[in-house]
Design a protein around this ligand. Structure first.
Ligand code: OOG
Ligand code: NI
Length: 297
């Protein structure tokens, strides 16, 4: 637990450092009296993106979290975006769920596959197999270091034309893609996604509006929204620079399951609320780093 908490802490620290919207949201929540300090925020889940090639992808990255007590749950497939994903339940309800997606590299055009493999072929064995998984510093360094050479700007642009997930992952690797603020336990007036979105927009945050400013599962019990990813000044091979999408922040409202709606509010825990994810919601949330959304800034 201790080691896992430190690994998660390291992920959050580096993510906050490169995503200014995190502090913007937290400061606004404090200023408005929704919370007194950041530690009160419930982190619904965090998410990673991976490349589906031998030695890498979900099967590699998930081993870190399975080792520390997470369990693999449902599978999701995204035909048009050429992605697969799983979510993982934490060993303790106080910890975030994890969502790991993977690019189906074999489904892409031969040219794009060639570009991706020119980078990922540098990885000749599953790097997680030789990682000392109980060594916090080693795991933290692994999650935040290059698995392949710095991409060229030309390759980045060629990938983005066919898959903006591919270009994001080739540059950003295992940096946290987002963390997710649970809104359902906040004070009345902020504890539903519509009210929370209004609060975010009032404070100048720009929301992903693909499929609407919030996405709702068919059962009506999982409602999600997200900011559009902030731009980071990226340096490419040979010193070329361009502003590209970094990471974003997500917000989730998990409603109480029909079987438990009669329970008194103070008895409601995570176990009484809608679990898991929803493919149709996720399909739109991926676009938080796509130029169709980031161009709105
Ligand atoms: C993940 C998008 C999906 C969710 O909660 O459904 C997602 C990504 O952008 O990598 O986060
Ligand atoms: Ni998410």
């Amino acid at each position: 637990m201790q080691v896992l908490q430190q690994i998660l802490g390291g992920l959050m620290r580096r993510y906050k450092a490169r995503v200014p919207d995190v502090d913007k949201v937290i400061s606004a929540m404090v200023a408005e009296g929704i919370i007194r300090e950041a530690g009160e925020i419930e982190n619904d889940h965090i998410a990673f993106r991976t490349m589906g090639v031998p030695h890498l992808g979900i099967q590699s990255l998930e081993k870190i979290f399975l080792h520390h007590g997470y369990t693999r749950r449902d599978y999701y497939h995204f035909t048009e975006k050429k992605l697969d994903a799983y979510w993982y339940a934490p060993p303790d309800p106080a910890l975030p769920r994890i969502f790991i997606s993977e690019l189906r590299v074999e489904d892409l055009s031969p040219d794009v596959q060639r570009i991706i493999r020119s980078y990922t072929d540098e990885v000749t064995a599953d790097p997680v197999l030789s990682l000392p998984l109980d060594d916090v510093e080693a795991v933290d360094a692994f999650l935040h270091s290059g698995l392949w050479r710095l991409p060229s700007l030309a390759d980045f642009k060629a990938l983005a034309k066919e898959s903006e997930y591919a270009s994001w992952a080739i540059y950003n690797r295992y940096y946290l893609n987002h963390f997710t603020i649970s809104v359902h336990n906040l004070a009345a007036g902020y504890n539903n996604i519509t009210a929370f979105n209004e609060f975010l927009e009032k404070h100048g945050l720009i929301l992903n509006d693909s499929g609407g400013k919030y996405k709702e599962s068919p059962d009506g019990l999982l409602l999600q929204s997200s900011t559009v990813a902030g731009m980071i000044e990226a340096e490419f091979a040979g010193g070329e620079q361009m502003r590209i999408a970094g990471s974003y922040v997500e917000f989730a409202e998990r409603r109480v399951l029909p079987a438990f709606t009669q329970l008194p509010a103070q008895e409601i825990t995570r176990a009484h609320r809608r679990e898991g994810f929803e493919a149709a919601n996720a399909n739109r949330i991926f676009e938080s780093t796509y130029s169709s959304q980031t161009n709105k800034q």
